[in-house]
Design a protein around this ligand. Structure first.
Ligand SMILES: [Mg+2]
Ligand SMILES: [Zn+2]
Length: 159
């Protein structure tokens, strides 16, 4: 089986600004390159798990999110980092109920089934309690960080 580091997006991968991130100029990466490379060297798949309810609310579109994600994958690829997959939930309970929006765990479960991931050997790194809750529900270890803090500190917490 594989092992994975699941990563929240806003506040972990890129700057949490307290507002929706759907423009390239607002999408500023946090200090992630070196730690992600190290996780990859340790044999972890890297998978992003993100709530993007702005789609459901009509604030931005799937196309805008996909464009940002292509950009993210390209920037990381240039640093030798491969994201195995990016999952996002476009729903918001005011508009549509679903099982994918964190703190629910369907995105993690889909990823684990698709990529044959052992939850007991995997981690969810997030900056919000709903990330932690989703990780726990999926049976992975959880690491809660301060929004926009360096992932370097997390290296010592991951086997
Ligand atoms: Mg976040
Ligand atoms: Zn959803």
């Amino acid at each position: 089986m594989n092992k994975a580091i699941f990563l929240d997006r806003d506040g972990v991968i890129n700057k949490e600004r307290g507002d929706y991130n759907y423009h390239l100029e607002d999408f500023v990466l946090n200090d992630i390159a070196e730690p992600l490379l190290e996780f990859q060297k340790r044999g972890y798949l890297l998978i992003v798990i993100s709530n993007q309810s702005g789609i459901s609310k009509g604030i931005y579109t799937h196309e805008q999110v996909d464009y940002l994600h292509l950009h993210l994958e390209r920037v990381l690829k240039n640093k030798g980092i491969t994201l195995t997959e990016i999952y996002y939930c476009p729903h918001h309970p005011d508009v549509t109920n679903c099982l994918c929006r964190k703190p629910d765990s369907l995105m993690l479960e889909k990823a684990m089934a698709r990529f044959n991931i052992d939850p007991a050997a995997s981690y969810f790194i997030g900056d919000a309690l709903r990330d932690e809750a989703a990780g726990k529900k999926a049976g992975v270890k959880t690491i809660l960080i301060e929004p926009n803090s360096s992932l370097m500190k997390v290296l010592a917490l991951v086997a």
